[in-house]
Design a protein around this ligand. Structure first.
Ligand SMILES: [Zn+2]
Length: 652
């Protein structure tokens, strides 16, 4: 392995800079005027965060900005948050906005737009004070209660237009009588409650957990550089026991060790460490969010009851350390905090990460093979059967994220027919490309001497070409990739442009589904109909009431029920003379119908009864089983192929 390009950055992390009387360990800014940190563009912005009444779920932010030009400053609340693609009105929770000049004279902040406050008449310094309400603990919002504060920065902090390249200093003050600590990727200082950020991009990408969380740390040596041993910190806010945390932290470490084998090396974490911020408990919402040097993992359930499921999020988010945080689509770089950030590459950024989330758990011995296979086939079924595939490609679906990723609408939508998640579609593309590469090499398709390639090689290739160089500034990626770059990388890796073109034209930018069965067969896995001979009408979403089965979501395009002319809000009363009084009754009635049969369908619409015909199809759902599950044994070649694919690379 060659010299790490990022090493210079790592060394600079050891540089010591005075920050407002405390020692900061971060590389970017130089010492400024009155002992303040200066970023690229003036003295650091100071944020003082206080929580006088945490039980009432608000925090107070006091910002001090000096060295301002003699013109109004426009203060902004973000409308977007990195990694979450919908527009968010964070400004709705801001209240009591006040401003003062450097002498303490009151100024008049004018709300010129929904998320903007303009402050005029200052003397080069503005102190802005405001409060923010927040009652949602997840990867996007602000959540405060008597036990902790969970901050996503775009939901919490305003910023001044024109000051984006300035450094920031954050001071946390705990509520009266509380001994709270901070877990964050912000740069530490020698004061445990004071942190810095080199610029706005890094600041807003840095969530913080402020509370009395439990903590475990471990180090893992970089496989490419024994002198590089990043520290990993697991900060857990929950109601559980220390034993549960010990077990969780041990499994997180297994995931870290297995993940790094895919790329062969860790990136340079700007502060020398990476932080897992986990909030598991009834006050949290289910979510997970990636950041450059940390992740937020939240769930309303207790750790003990869903240990395995929560590890899936850990594996997914940690993979983002490389794929999305540093191997980054150009469409997301730099992130625009005041607009949506549509990206046609999320099938790779999120979808391949989803695939690796499952693969890493399997390789690390943290998942059972039948469960992993169930996850794979569930994704394949979703893409194969998803009506949206006829309208849009995986690239098109990626670009819909601002409409579908935690976006809310009060009008009814039809995403079931229009949309297939780029997570799911991308997962099937990662899976299919991995197997295609492996089979291709095993068959000596190009050159008998060429090594067998895998998706790990493709990810490593992307890493070396785009991610490894890092950024000239922390929080910035200098060489983001485009869709064309991703295609060219596959062609260059394989030396086979037609192979890359076929994959991208048909599966990524086209509408075809990979033929998985012969690929799985090489690993001793069987892809086959789940229920041969069973009837199928389109798997409608229904709710049962006295009249029958009320359809609760748009009927699947092209399914037997769609062709029969029924739609959402209709009530299915009977099929083939069988009354539909329960889910079990509906399932057994449909399953017993023969492929191609015409059955009578009685339904009501707006209280009026109607009768029509429905033409039954065979259940198209597939299942994926290991030969062993069918009482058979894989051949040595199949076992070898499977081990190369699903076996641990870290020697766990
Ligand atoms: Zn993700």
């Amino acid at each position: 392995m060659t010299m790490r390009i990022g090493s210079a950055v790592a060394l600079r992390v050891a540089g010591v800079v005075m920050v407002l009387g405390v020692v900061a360990l971060w590389p970017g800014p130089r010492a400024g005027g009155q002992g303040e940190v200066a970023g690229a563009d003036g003295p650091a912005v100071l944020y003082e965060l206080t929580f006088p009444e945490p039980e009432h779920r608000w925090l107070q932010v006091e910002m001090t900005m000096g060295g301002l030009p003699a013109e109004p400053i426009s203060m902004r609340m973000s409308t977007a948050s990195p990694g979450r693609y919908a527009r968010h009105a964070f400004a709705k929770n801001v209240f009591e906005v006040e401003a003062f000049d450097g002498s303490g004279n009151a100024l008049d902040p004018v709300r010129s737009e929904m998320a903007r406050w303009d402050v005029d008449g200052h003397d080069g310094t503005v102190r802005l004070r405001y409060r923010v309400f927040g009652d949602r603990v997840d990867g996007t919002y602000l959540g405060i209660d008597a036990t902790h504060a969970h901050l996503n920065m775009p939901a919490s902090l305003m910023w001044g237009a024109g000051l984006e390249r300035r450094a920031a200093t954050l001071r946390f003050e705990p509520p009266p009588g509380r001994d709270w600590q901070v877990a964050t990727q912000l740069y530490p200082t020698d004061d445990p409650l004071t942190f810095t950020a080199p610029n706005l991009q890094y600041l807003l990408d840095s969530p913080a957990e402020f509370g009395d969380f439990a903590e475990r740390t471990f180090t893992v040596a970089d496989p490419a550089d024994a002198g590089h041993t990043p520290r990993f910190r697991v900060a857990l806010h929950h109601d559980g026991t220390d034993d549960e945390l010990d077990r969780y932290a041990a499994d997180v470490e297994r995931i870290v060790r297995e993940s790094v084998t895919v790329f062969g090396e860790f990136p340079v974490f700007e502060t020398g460490r990476y932080t897992f911020i986990a909030d598991y408990g009834s006050s949290a919402s289910g979510d997970a969010m990636e950041h450059r040097n940390s992740t937020v993992l939240t769930s309303p359930g207790a750790l003990a009851r869903q240990h395995s499921r929560l590890l899936g999020s850990v594996a997914h988010e940690f993979f983002h350390v490389w794929n999305v945080e540093r191997i980054r689509p150009r469409s997301l770089e730099p992130f625009d905090f005041e607009d949506v950030n549509p990206s046609g590459e999320l099938w790779l950024a999120e979808g391949f990460t989803n695939y690796y989330g499952s693969l890493i758990l399997q390789r690390a011995g943290l998942a059972d093979l039948p469960d992993t296979l169930q996850g794979f086939v569930s994704a394949i079924n979703t893409v194969r059967l998803g009506p949206g595939r006829r309208f849009r490609s995986a690239v098109d679906m990626s670009r819909l994220a601002p409409f579908t990723d935690a976006a809310s609408a009060i009008d009814r939508t039809n995403w079931g027919n229009f949309f297939i998640s780029y997570y799911t579609w991308g997962e099937t593309l990662g899976l299919g490309l991995d197997l295609q590469l492996r089979v291709r090499g095993a068959d000596g398709a190009v050159d008998d001497d060429a090594p067998t390639l895998t998706l790990d090689d493709y990810m490593q290739f992307l890493w070396e070409r785009f991610g490894q160089a890092g950024g000239t500034e922390p929080g910035v990626v200098d060489r983001p990739y485009t869709l064309a770059d991703a295609r060219a990388a596959l062609a260059d890796l394989t030396g086979d442009q037609p192979f890359a073109d076929d994959f991208f034209d048909r599966y990524v930018e086209g509408h075809d589904v990979i033929d998985y069965a012969p690929l799985f067969e090489r690993a001793g896995l069987v892809l086959q109909p789940r229920a041969p001979g069973r009837g199928w009408l389109g798997s409608p979403s229904v709710r049962f009431d006295r009249g029958g089965a009320r359809i609760t979501a748009p009927v699947r395009f092209g399914s037997p029920l769609y062709d029969a002319g029924v739609e959402r809000d209709d009530v299915l009363v009977s099929i083939d003379g069988q009354n539909l009084s329960s889910a079990g009754r509906l399932a057994s009635t449909v399953e017993n119908l023969d492929d191609g049969a015409r059955a009578t369908l009685v339904y009501t619409r707006d209280g009026e009864s109607a009768t029509t015909w429905v033409t039954v199809e065979a259940d198209p759902t597939l299942e994926l089983l290991a030969l062993e599950q069918l009482g058979r044994r894989p051949t040595p070649a199949q076992q070898r192929f499977r081990n190369d694919w699903l076996g641990s690379k870290s020697g766990l």
